[in-house]
Ligand binder design. Structure first.
Ligand code: NAD
Length: 358
């Protein structure tokens, strides 16, 4: 019997509707080729929801997302909503979804194939073959700790934030990292600042206690400053990287930059509820509606969805291989165009990927 899955699709704003529409053709084709049927229902969030409901995350979107097997999101935000009240800004939709769905881990694969290595600010021989999976803790740490905006101490103004982690918070994401490493090259790099921070020493102790549960996986502890250097000096040595919210925020952007293309990178947010899949780029209002956006970040997010939420590794691999072939054949959207390559629109790029799925 054909397996059926229910997907909530949130196109969002700017280029969101274009890239999700392109990615949906790939989603249905890859599902069909692997004996799965995906029922997709479109819902509003971000600026599009503000226009209709006056709020960025309507309760019906949350309810549908909770009940679904996975959520695919384009991007939210744009200048049209720059002047709305802070509490209803479009970006609140993503924070709200993370909270409502209990998403505590953000997964960002950073992969550079030979065809892509020319786009990196690093030397091609240094980045060609890079394949890193970064897991960033999403709901704890200094972004959610106690803070004080202004406090007078001895007549001098101070402000402070606090970094706090509990053992269960670290355990669940470190376990996720070990499980991911089992399907990859078998190495976890846990990143902290244990030489200075108490919260990092708890992080490192906890990672060390989990490690014996996974004897086939190597655990390496690394200070965050060293990891920032290793990402540009020897990125091929990294396999799975797991870290807290603040360090992860910075390292994931650094890692994205070494691939040289914001439009190509997918992400997944996972936790206790439905998984959320989205490209790492924003709504790119400057190019919206022109059919020139790169849909590959969203298409590769669909591959992650098959892998992590729909238990369909075959479909994930099918999509990833098709994207590699299309890039190797020289097809590019405008953001990655170079002499001698073939320019594609958003939909044409999806058609090329579709042709390689056959
Ligand atoms: P952005 O990622 O939207 O755009 C940065 C630059 O990259 C732009 O020049 C854009 O044209 C280009 N770009 C981005 N994605 C592309 C793609 N797929 N193909 C080709 N080019 C692409 O970042 P920004 O300009 O800082 O933000 C624009 C809006 O998006 C803001 O309202 C911001 O708040 C929002 N935003 C949303 C998310 C999200 O929904 N997760 C993330 C980041 C920013």
């Amino acid at each position: 019997m054909m397996q059926e899955k229910n997907i909530v699709v949130i196109p969002g704003d700017g280029i969101g509707p274009e890239v999700t529409s392109a990615a949906l053709t790939i989603l249905h084709a890859a599902a069909g080729r692997t004996g799965m049927k995906c029922n997709c229902a479109t819902h509003l969030a971000g600026g599009a929801a503000i226009d209709v409901h006056g709020i960025p995350l309507p309760p019906e979107t949350v309810a549908a997302a909770r009940a679904a097997d996975a959520v695919l999101l384009g991007a939210v935000g744009g200048p049209k909503w720059d002047s709305v009240a802070p509490e209803i800004r479009p970006e609140k939709a993503i924070l709200g979804l993370r909270k409502e769905l209990g998403l505590f881990a953000n997964l960002r694969p950073v992969k550079v194939t030979a065809a892509m290595s020319d786009y990196s600010p690093l030397k091609p021989e240094r980045v060609s073959g890079v394949d890193i999976l970064i897991l960033r803790e999403l709901t704890g740490g200094i972004y959610f700790g106690k803070r004080c905006e202004s406090e007078m101490i001895d007549g001098v103004e101070h402000a402070w934030d606090t970094e706090q982690y509990s053992v269960p918070e670290v355990e669940r994401i470190v376990r996720m990292a070990f499980q991911a490493a089992a399907g990859r090259r078998g190495k976890v790099t846990s990143v902290d600042k244990a030489n200075v921070l108490a919260s990092s020493r708890l992080w490192r102790r906890t990672a060390g206690k989990i490690a014996p549960e996974y004897p086939a996986i190597q655990l390496e502890n690394m200070y965050v400053d060293n990891c920032a250097m290793q990402l540009v000096m020897a990125p091929k040595a990294l396999d799975v990287v797991v870290t807290g919210n603040l360090f992860g925020d910075i390292l994931t952007d650094e890692a994205a930059v070494i691939t040289g293309s914001i439009g190509m990178l997918p992400s997944a947010s996972l936790g206790s509820g439905t998984g959320l899949y989205e490209p790492i780029h924003g709504s790119a209002p400057d190019i919206a509606g022109k059919q020139i956006a790169n849909p590959l970040g969203t298409i590769l997010s669909v591959a992650m969805m098959f892998r992590h939420s729909l238990a369909n590794e075959a479909a994930a691999v099918l999509i990833e291989k098709a994207v590699e072939k299309v890039l190797a054949a020289g097809y590019r959207t405008g953001d990655m165009m170079q002499d001698g390559l073939t320019r594609c629109s958003t939909n044409e790029m999806a058609e090329k990927v579709l042709a390689e799925l056959q």
